[in-house]
Design a protein around this ligand. Structure first.
Ligand code: GLY
Length: 368
């Protein structure tokens, strides 16, 4: 695919799960869509794929929770329509390793139950009956059966099979803007003309050329992750295990993802000894058996964070510009709801009231 001659109803910049899902859902509504993908995997390639609106919600995060629950509710049907997306319906255990963490976890349990969320408090012996690999020293666990997981790499492969036009290895450098309207996407190989453009490039949205006043401020937050494999096969743990500072997500086939650091280090994606040490130390206090696992991969990625940690989903300040970025810690979870909202906006619908906290217009005039 190349150059000026190509014209589409919609160009989606970014071939991660969010861009692909937006393209798929827009195509389902009859639009002629192209995805422009630089071919350098984004945060999704590093992500563990926790679908955990309940385990992740903290005090004051009602807007994140609402979006997360809306998306989690859609996930099963979303994945049913995909071939082999790597969806697992196993739950999550949030685990405390000492008295301070147990008190904090109890406060969170009360907060979450107050919001009507399904959280079951387990004594250590009950938790160890569910997951015998938990350390004998754990103090408390919360069973959150409704928080599942998906394999983001399988999800992307499955979504790619759903999209008709993908322009691979094409780096979008800037939006093509005429007056107050976006009319296409500029790449070194040529310009793709489109009536509407969806920016779904995660943290790379910050490097896409466009007028400053149109920009949604996004900054990188580094996360380091270890991908581990049990030579003995599956079974060390069945559920996702979350501690205060680390999580451990089983793929169900003897592979696990141990994550993740939270580091404000600009565009640096170099894994570090300190990051690995912290992850192994924190998780081994909950699941000592991880020391037997083999290291398959050590990798770091950049979460796209906005100033209020909420995503930007919906129309921008330029006509024809639609945002689907800034998903911070929740890009995989929020993929289905983002795709549905964006497909609606592209078809001329307004954002529903419950999605207004994600309205990109809140950043009009704000710089990164
Ligand atoms: N949602 C997990 C993370 O961002 O590390």
């Amino acid at each position: 695919m190349s150059s000026q001659s190509e014209s589409f109803d919609v160009a989606v910049v970014g071939g991660g799960p969010i861009g692909l899902a937006c393209a798929w859902k827009a195509e389902e509504r009859g639009a002629r869509v192209v995805v422009i993908d630089a071919g350098e995997p984004g945060a999704w390639h590093v992500a563990a794929g926790m679908l955990a609106p309940t385990s992740e919600v903290d005090f004051g995060e009602h807007a994140q929770l609402q979006l997360g629950l809306e998306s989690a509710r859609r996930y099963e049907a979303f994945c049913d329509a995909l071939e082999e997306p790597g969806y697992r319906r196993v739950g999550t255990l949030c685990v405390a390793r000492d008295r301070d963490e147990a008190e904090a976890l109890d406060r969170l349990a009360e907060f979450r139950r107050g919001l009507g969320l399904p959280v079951e408090r387990l004594r250590p012996s009950q938790a160890r009956r569910l997951e015998p690999a938990l350390a004998p020293t754990v103090r408390l666990a919360l069973d959150i059966a409704s928080d599942h997981s998906v394999d983001p790499r399988m999800l992307v492969a499955a979504l790619r099979r759903k999209v008709t036009h993908i322009w691979d290895a094409a780096r979008a450098t800037a939006l093509k803007v005429e007056g107050d309207r976006v009319t296409g996407v500029i790449t070194p190989e040529g310009t793709v003309l489109a009536d509407q453009v969806v920016v779904a490039t995660g943290v790379d949205s910050a490097r896409l050329g466009m007028p400053d006043a149109a920009r949604v401020p996004v900054r990188p937050v580094k996360g380091q992750v270890l991908r581990l494999r049990d030579p003995a096969g599956p079974g060390l743990v069945e559920r996702t295990i979350r501690g205060a500072d680390a999580y451990f997500v089983p793929r169900g086939d003897g592979r696990y993802v141990l994550g993740a650091t939270m580091e404000e280090r600009g565009w640096d994606v170099q894994p570090t000894a300190g990051g690995v040490y912290e992850l192994l130390r924190d998780l081994s206090e909950l699941v000592p058996g991880i020391f037997e696992l083999e290291i398959e991969e050590l990798i770091a990625g950049l979460r796209p964070a906005t100033p209020d940690n909420l995503p930007a989903i919906g129309p921008g300040t330029l006509d024809g510009l639609v945002w689907a970025t800034g998903h911070f810690r929740n890009g995989i979870l929020l993929t289905p709801v983002t795709a549905d909202l964006v497909a609606g906006v592209l078809a001329g619908e307004s954002l529903p009231d419950w999605a207004q906290p994600a309205n990109p217009q809140r950043f009009a005039g704000v710089t990164a």
